[in-house]
Ligand binder design. Structure first.
Ligand SMILES: [Zn+2]
Length: 179
């Protein structure tokens, strides 16, 4: 059974934390049979891994929220997170070409109902936290590495979860296994 790459799983989880009541109708990751047949999409599993994620643009918030979120992902990639390969949203594509500048996307689907994120092979096993706010270092200093309130989940109380949105990962920089 193919799996979504670790980076995709992590990014989706961060978005779910930030927008818990978002609409997921246009979400997706694995290609359907029709797209499989066409043969060129990061949604098609390669060696059992899907390296693309679609997120519904309806974040159950104002429309500009989707733009703002795409902008955060774009800036995160621009700052050097090489797991992100490219992003498509609302007729624009953003990629390392022209240093993540928004360029016109000429594909058949302009991607208005959802935004698409493709990942590089670096994201296959690397599910570390995406620094979407761009304040990872600052946060470590100002918060002194303290974790948020622990909310038990799946019977375990070691996993900080909920309440703090995308801050679910340990701010001291240590990785927390959610497996
Ligand atoms: Zn897609």
């Amino acid at each position: 059974m193919p799996k979504l790459c670790k980076a995709g799983q992590q990014l989706r989880e961060q978005i779910d934390d930030d927008y818990p009541d978002r609409d997921r109708k246009s979400d997706g990751w694995i290609a359907d049979a029709r797209h499989m047949a066409k043969g060129t999409s990061d949604h098609i599993p390669q060696d059992g891994i899907v390296r693309a994620l679609d997120i519904d643009a309806d974040l159950n918030a104002h429309k500009e929220e989707a733009y703002a979120l795409v902008e955060k992902i774009r800036k995160c990639a621009k700052r050097g997170d090489k797991r992100i390969k490219y992003i498509i949203y609302d007729g624009k594509i953003m990629s390392p070409i022209m240093n993540w500048k928004r360029r016109k996307y000429r594909g058949a689907n302009p991607h208005r109902s959802h935004f698409h994120i493709s990942f590089t092979t670096l994201g296959d096993k690397d599910g570390s936290w995406f620094d979407l706010e761009g304040d990872r270092n600052e946060r470590i200093q100002t918060d002194g590495g303290k974790l948020g309130e622990n909310i038990p989940r799946d019977g375990s109380s070691d996993i900080p979860s909920g309440g703090l949105g995308s801050r679910r990962n340990c701010k001291c920089g240590a990785s927390i296994s959610l497996a």
